[in-house]
Design a protein around this ligand. Structure first.
Ligand code: CUA
Length: 401
């Protein structure tokens, strides 16, 4: 979504159109005259070069002054609009942004932290930015704002969202392995939704999980066992890990003490096969209480992550557009009674009969077109973008339909 009604986008676009417009007119004009001269004064027509205009003062002045004026107007127009991008309106809402390898964190005046930038529509937002490790760059193309974030220094951009919606934020400065994943969004909410969002939430989510999300840990460490640029946090308690400490290797069983060290001083012990990339999280960044909550969560002594809502997943992923839950036929087989029935499948050109079980449902979700239910067309997209936990929740739900 790219509405051009917001002030920063308009400032940039107007200058771009102005400079581009002039350049285009000149390009076309000069090219046309060149082509005309090439034809009009070709060698066969004018074998000897002759000049009728020598030292025409008026012409000389005209083509010196005119381009100078054009270039000066471009400068003046660009400069005044650039100043508009740097002068923040007085009523702007200030939000702090912290960039780190490889996530963004936004902190609101009331202390709330988020990994997405939630803003009210119509209010100018001043994003005051810094970085805790290397150079990153905050780039919100919809608002035409881009600024580096620099360790030990504050920089800022401002923008106003004029329409509710979700707008991309990219990191526009190469910052290492996870640079391309350093993506989040500006969520522009209308007044009512923003009001609701800013209510203090009584979260059913365990505190440790909230901290992991707020701090952007999940940008590098998965929670479901999938491999990323850093070790997964799935089922950590008691798991054996090969660590490298200096030039010595060692195998340990993960416990609370290890997790504490791994978060406060991650550079000291490395999990074998991974590079030392994680920045240390000191007490200013994660308080001792929050760190304890994270450790409790990871060790599984706190409530586990809420189970994915299977019914919601079916709705959100559009499954119910093709599969009914009431026995009626849409495009795909109905989900009603799917756990209790046998199906006839076409597999590798052969026809087989099987009883539906968890294994079959997993295959049907992840590789739907390898086995086709007889009488149906192979048209379902693979749901391989779902996490393991989500797939398991769906399988369990479907078996009981
Ligand atoms: Cu951060 Cu690129």
């Amino acid at each position: 979504m790219n509405p051009l009604t917001n002030p920063t986008a308009q400032a940039v676009d107007n200058v771009l159109i102005y400079i581009f417009g002039f350049s285009l007119i000149l390009l076309l004009g000069i090219t046309a005259v060149t082509v005309y001269f090439v034809i009009r004064y070709r060698r066969s027509k004018c074998p000897e070069p002759t000049s009728q205009a020598h030292g025409h003062l008026g012409l000389e002045i005209l083509w010196t002054v005119l381009p100078t004026l054009i270039v000066l107007t471009m400068f003046w127009y660009g400069w005044s609009n650039y100043l508009g991008l740097r002068q923040v309106p007085d009523n702007a809402l200030e939000i702090k942004a912290t960039a780190r390898m490889w996530s963004w964190q936004f902190q609101y005046p009331d202390g709330r932290r988020e990994s997405k930038l939630y803003v009210p529509v119509g209010t100018p937002i001043k994003v005051i930015m810094t970085s805790v490790d290397v150079l990153h760059s905050f780039f919100a193309p919809a608002f035409r704002v881009k600024r580096d974030t620099v360790p030990g220094m504050e920089t800022y951009v401002w923008f106003t969202a004029t329409e509710p919606g979700s707008y991309d934020i990219f990191c526009a400065e190469y910052c290492g392995t996870g640079h391309a994943d350093m993506i989040t969004t500006i969520e522009a909410l209308n007044a009512e939704d923003y009001q609701q969002w800013s209510q203090p939430v009584v979260s059913a989510e365990p505190r440790g999980l909230t901290v992991l999300n707020e701090q952007g840990c999940t940008g590098c460490h998965s929670l479901d066992g999938s491999e990323g640029i850093a070790p997964s946090l799935f089922q950590l308690a008691g798991a054996e890990r090969a660590l490298v400490r200096g030039d010595r290797g060692e195998i340990i069983a993960i416990d609370s003490d290890y997790l504490h060290r791994a978060i406060r001083q991650p550079e000291i012990e490395l999990v074998e096969g991974y590079d030392p990339m994680m920045p240390p999280y000191d007490e200013q960044t994660i308080s001792e209480d929050d760190l304890q909550a994270v450790i409790n969560y990871l060790m599984g002594t706190a409530t586990a992550e809420p189970k994915p809502d299977a019914r919601q997943l079916l709705e959100d992923n559009g499954c119910l557009g093709c599969h009914s839950t009431d026995g009626s036929l849409i495009v795909g087989p109905t989900f009603k009674g799917i756990g209790q029935r046998g199906v006839t499948l076409e597999r590798d050109g052969k026809t087989v009969e099987i009883q539906v079980d968890a294994d079959y449902l997993r295959r049907a979700l992840l590789k739907p077109n390898e086995e086709i239910v007889q009488g149906f067309a192979p048209m379902m997209p693979a749901a391989d973008y779902l996490s393991t936990a989500e797939i398991e929740a769906l399988v369990e739900y479907l078996l009981t339909q």
